[in-house]
Design a protein around this ligand. Structure first.
Ligand SMILES: Nc1ncnc2c1ncn2[C@@H]1O[C@H](COP(=O)(O)OP(=O)(O)OP(=O)(O)O)[C@@H](O)[C@H]1O
Length: 255
């Protein structure tokens, strides 16, 4: 469903150019959920932004649903792929009602039955149609992220690009949103590409993952290997170790 081949990207020019993505290659099957993990600045979000059409100066080959992806963001791509951002407050316009936020993609794509589609999208994310007239500041963090997911779903895409979809939320709400994403993947037959720092999120939501370091993929592995503690690359082992010792430190405080 998603094919990334030899993806390269630089920011800046000449002597100041930084090579941010270095020959990144991976494939995600139809219906699969694939995680991208790695330290801050390793290039995870940049990969999503290339696939979403938000960055256009990449080199390599990108294809979605078997069709090569061009550089410019076009209608066909928006109908196939949508992105959900980390901070739902930032991604929703503060003066737009929920209905207005969801109507916008429908208007741009000239879809009919907008009321019905908006209500259907709200129900899919566990919100009642009563939420139509609310503004973002009248929503909790979890409800805002539900609205952002509803907006991503309203055009019925086949792929969601999820950029740290739960990291801006309270811990108690994170589990709800992860459950919602797991349910939606199954019910809607979606394919996920998910960026996260949190190996717990990968364990819950992803079938496979790629580990990035300094713009390169160092290892691609099934999530089960992560859980079994059998990753091969020393950097992945270090990430697993760091995450386990963090959980152990956090456990007494949480008790
Ligand atoms: N618009 C930009 N202009 C210049 N450099 C950028 C730009 N966007 C990202 N970068 C740089 O590209 C590198 C990769 O950034 P990216 O956001 O993809 O990393 P990341 O792995 O997603 O990190 P994080 O987990 O912190 O979001 C970083 O060094 C970042 O500073």
């Amino acid at each position: 469903m998603i094919d990334v081949r030899q993806l390269n990207l630089h920011f800046g020019q000449g002597a100041k150019a930084t090579h941010v993505l270095k020959d990144v290659s991976f494939s995600v099957a139809q219906g699969e959920s694939f995680g991208l993990v790695g330290e801050s600045g390793s290039g995870k979000t940049t990969v999503l932004r290339c696939l979403a059409g938000l960055l256009t100066h990449w080199q390599g080959e990108l294809a979605i649903a078997g069709k090569p992806v061009g550089r410019a963001l076009d209608f066909a791509r928006s109908e196939l792929v949508q992105m959900v951002f980390q901070d739902p407050y930032g991604s929703l316009h503060p003066r737009q009602t929920v209905a207005r936020a969801l109507a916008e993609p429908l208007l741009i794509h000239r879809r009919d039955q907008r009321h019905v589609r908006i209500d259907e999208a709200l129900i899919k994310v566990g919100l009642s149609p009563d939420f139509r007239d609310r503004f973002p500041h009248q929503l909790s963090g979890g409800q805002r992220q539900r609205v952002a997911i509803a907006r991503a779903l309203v055009l019925q895409p086949r792929v969601l690009l999820l950029d740290e979809p739960t990291s801006a939320l309270d811990v108690s709400v994170q589990a709800e949103i992860l459950n919602l994403l797991a349910d939606l993947r199954q019910k809607e037959g979606l394919t996920y590409l998910l960026v996260t720092h949190d190996l717990g999120v990968v364990a819950q939501l992803c079938d496979r993952l790629a580990v990035m370091q300094a713009g390169q993929i160092v290892e691609t592995l099934p999530t089960q290997s992560l859980i079994d503690g059998t990753p091969r690359h020393p950097y992945t082992q270090m990430l697993v170790h760091a995450s386990l010792s963090y959980s152990r430190q956090a456990a007494p405080a949480a008790a």
